[in-house]
Design a protein around this ligand. Structure first.
Ligand code: ATP
Length: 821
């Protein structure tokens, strides 16, 4: 049945200025807000409902154009019933048909929140837990908007929005503005929430030649403002060059970077009058109707220049009146409001959608509309595949997607780019290569997506992200703003927040669970390995090859020195891994090791324990880590996905994002030192409402491990320096109990401890779930539902009985006056 969807988003809404900076100012989700908007932004947030409301109204029926058709699939009748709320997501029918084929019955919570926001033009920070469907939440609306844009271009309707409208009235320009400057659709109010930088804008028109002109600006919020006049040659940072003349809230006038005392300070609720006298070539300002005196004499070389009302803000907001509204203070004799300037003295602002905007209305072949960056090849490939599935029925025109990853022929990628692409999914390295060689152009990009954003930053791609962002025009040629979408199950890192502050435009947090959380479908437990109690390591007949960290140490059974215990932990962990597999009869699991060497050793061990590489080996396995060549990585992942082998042994390269349908089990051979990676690793199970068991094998004693940093000449390859890093070596003591404590504190949970027999004690999971299968409906929800409905049902029953009694009395009872005569 088709529940997912949908009616085409009315093209009118998509194409008009409705999708303007205003929505960005308004983009606060109704779910938990992690970052509160400022007062004014909060008011604007309320307005955002009116925007979304506008779209909903259209979706619901009356006022839709011919492109607005219901998608009436197999479940046609349902659209008029329970799926109504889902239809409000506004996903296009062709995309919905594809998700229907994938058996997606309902959007997940994050999809329900994020899709309308993205369709509405907003920047979104998606912080939902692992396996909650974030990929669909950004891919679906991107496909739709890309398709709409291609269609409009083809039909010659490309020029929408502000750029398409002839400049008729005096307002602030949508195009002549800084990247963090938001302007309301009426062009009368501007706001910049950038805390550190100044962002400015100019009006849509200016005055030149002769005459005396006046306009007013009201300070609407705390923060710093500077207002005045500038020519189109001036920097938007008003007053920092010789073409701009500003008066700032700190009581300074500024021109050409000279900040001199002038008048007095102004702030919230003050009205600044800006007066330009082109006859006497001077500029002065008023504060709340009081003349502050001449501020500037305009140099003679600017006598033919056009002067535009101009403003620059730092975390502030101002409301403008160019004379079309009632003024707070009448200008002095001889001055007129700018909107009444004679036509021959009025000049339109030349910035009308070019300049900082995308360059043209023609599709440039190697300039995609969406760039999606993923932290690993596997993940890029997975997202690319999803994209292909989602757009399966989208045609006429068909958006073209391209995968851009290392390890595969760059020539093919270049020729695909030359043939034309609309959506590029890739890893940072190859993307940057193609950009710097000019093969990939960013000039028509309108979506910049960072999947697993905290992971990208952890991997040191912050600068690359800044570089890419700085090359993308902030306003597209059809007047839309660049949209940035940032996702992860662990998005609440300081670095992500800083990046969002720097690059995103009034982003909306879609944050359904607050800080990092483990899905309810993941049952995660810990088994402690303590070689002081479990002495079995002293007489293991066959044990895993250890990592040779202790080759130079005095390690011998019977000793209790830290090195011996550390070596014992390594031996026992191999043993415990097999025990976990046996106890839970695992026939599919992802196994995470700390190093590539650990992965290789475990692979060899499982193959030898199970009797070789053949399919009959109950421990058949393959590896996925950075030392394996890309084709092998790909082949191994495919083998595991297609269940040709039972176990995939990997490093954290596979911790994030990998989606292996119905995976029941995962094992952590060692906890990750990065807390967020615990969430990602265990999130490989318990996805899409299926149950999963995640077992962490944790050493009770310190374990000495390899730690190759930039100081290691070979970066770990055949390194044998077993000294500690503090002694110039490549080893460290790994304190797993401490990492466990950190993870528990971070997640605010105590992870269930299980004995070394790996038997999971009776609890809410045990006996009620089959790992890998869909979560069955337990009684709890049902009971809650009954409890919630009970009062309403009772009231209905009593009303029904009252109605019946009244009817009976009225029609059948003898003493009823209505029945007499
Ligand atoms: N609406 C839906 N209905 C049914 N299944 C869905 C829906 N949305 C997504 N899925 C499935 O859920 C699984 C997880 O989705 P996805 O990979 O997008 O999760 P994620 O939130 O990106 O997780 P992670 O944080 O681990 O990357 C996928 O198999 C996907 O096909």
């Amino acid at each position: 049945m088709v529940y997912f969807l949908a009616k085409m988003r009315p093209s009118t809404v998509g194409s008009e200025n409705a999708i303007s900076s205003m929505e960005r100012m308004c983009g606060y989700t109704k779910s938990k807000l992690k970052e509160k908007p400022s007062n004014r932004a909060a008011e604007m947030a309320a307005d955002s409902d009116s925007f979304l409301g506008e779209r909903r109204t259209a979706v619901e029926g009356e006022d839709v154009d011919e492109t607005s058709i219901f998608f009436l699939g197999v479940g046609e009748q349902l659209y008029h019933g329970s799926s109504r709320g889902v239809a409000e997501l506004g996903v296009q029918p062709e995309v919905a048909k594809a998700v229907d084929e994938m058996d997606w019955m309902l959007p997940t919570d994050v999809q329900a929140e994020a899709i309308p926001l993205i369709l509405g033009g907003g920047d979104v920070l998606m912080a939902a837990e692992t396996g909650s469907g974030k990929t669909g939440a950004f891919c679906l609306p991107i496909i739709q908007i890309v398709w709409e844009t291609l269609r409009d271009l083809r039909e010659g309707k490309g020029k929408h929005g502000p750029s398409a409208q002839p400049v008729q009235k005096w307002s602030l320009s949508f195009f002549d503005r800084g990247s963090a400057m938001a302007i309301t659709p009426d062009g009368m109010r501007c706001q910049s929430r950038e805390q550190k930088e100044w962002h400015g804008c100019r009006a849509t028109k200016g005055v030149t030649g002769k005459g005396k002109y006046y306009y007013e600006a009201l300070v609407e919020d705390e923060g710093l403002c500077r207002v005045g006049w500038s020519t189109s040659q001036a920097a938007l940072d008003l007053g920092t060059d010789k073409n701009g003349f500003g008066f700032g809230g700190t009581g300074k006038k500024s021109n050409n970077k000279n900040f001199d005392n002038y008048g007095e300070a102004f702030g919230m609720h003050d009205v600044i009058g800006c007066l330009l006298d082109l006859d006497d070539m001077e500029i002065r300002f008023w504060k709340n109707g009081a003349d502050l005196g001449k501020a500037f004499s305009i140099p003679s070389q600017l006598k033919d220049a056009t002067f535009y009302p101009a403003v620059v803000l730092k975390n502030a907001e101002m409301l403008f009146n160019f004379g079309e509204q009632q003024l707070k203070h009448q200008p002095p004799n001889g001055y007129v409001v700018v909107c009444e300037a004679p036509i021959d003295c009025t000049i339109n602002n030349p910035a009308t959608g070019t300049g900082q905007t995308g360059p043209s209305q023609t599709k440039i072949k190697n300039a995609p509309q969406a760039i999606i960056i993923e932290p690993s090849r596997e993940l890029a490939e997975q997202t690319h595949n999803q994209m292909r599935l989602f757009k399966k029925f989208v045609d006429n025109p068909t958006p073209k997607e391209l995968l851009v990853i290392g390890g595969v022929s760059v020539k093919e990628q270049i020729s695909a780019l030359q043939a034309g692409v609309d959506i590029v999914v890739g890893t940072p390295g190859r993307l940057e290569d193609l950009m710097s060689s000019g093969h990939l152009s960013l000039t028509q990009c309108r979506f910049f997506v960072l999947d697993e954003a905290d992971g990208l930053l952890q991997q040191g791609y912050g600068d690359l992200i800044n570089r890419v962002h700085s090359q993308i025009p902030k306003i597209t040629s059809d007047g839309k703003r660049l949209q940035m979408i940032v996702c992860s199950a662990t998005l609440h890192s300081f670095d992500v927040k800083k990046m969002a502050e720097r690059l995103m435009h009034f982003p909306t947090w879609v944050d359904l669970k607050g800080e990092d959380a483990v899905p309810e479908t993941v049952h995660h437990i810990v088994v402690t390995v303590d070689p002081r109690e479990d002495k079995s390591w002293t007489n293991l007949k066959r044990h895993i090859q250890t990592d040779d960290v202790h080759v130079n140490d005095n390690v011998r059974p019977g000793s209790n020195n830290p090195e011996t215990l550390s070596e014992a932990v390594k031996m026992l962990k191999g043993e415990y891994c097999v025990r976990a597999i046996n106890e839970h009869k695992m026939d599919r699991a992802l196994i995470f090791c700390r190093t590539k060497l650990d992965c290789d050793n475990l692979e060899r061990y499982l193959i030898s324990v199970g009797g070789g590489r053949g399919p009959k080996n109950p421990y058949s396995c393959v590896c996925l880590h950075g030392d394996r060549k890309p084709p092998e990585r790909k082949a191994n992942l495919e083998k595991f996905k297609h269940q040709e082998v039972r176990f995939l042994i990997c490093t954290d390269v596979a911790a994030r994002g990998l989606d292996i349908g119905g995976l029941p089990f995962m094992i952590n051979m060692t906890l990750p030192d990065e807390k967020s990676n615990y969430v990602h690793r265990i999130g490989r199970v318990g996805r899409a409402e299926r149950m999963g068991l995640a077992i962490s094998i944790v050493s009770a004693v310190p374990e000495k491990v390899w730690y190759h940093g930039e100081w290691c000449p070979s970066r770990g390859r055949n390194c044998s320096n077993t000294n500690l890093t503090t002694e110039g070596g490549c080893c460290m003591w790994y304190n797993e109990p401490q990492y466990l404590a950190d993870i528990e504190e971070h997640l605010g949970v105590t992870i269930q401890q299980v004995d070394p027999d790996f038997k999971v004690p009776m609890d809410e999971f045990d006996g009620k779930v089959v790992y890998g299968q869909k979560r069955s409906q337990t009684g709890t929800n049902y009971q809650t539902h009954v409890a919630q409905m009970a009062p309403t049902v009772q009231e209905l029953a009593s009303l029904e009985s009252q109605a019946q009694l009244i009817y009976l009395k009225r029609h059948y009872l003898k003493d009823n006056p209505w029945n007499k005569g």
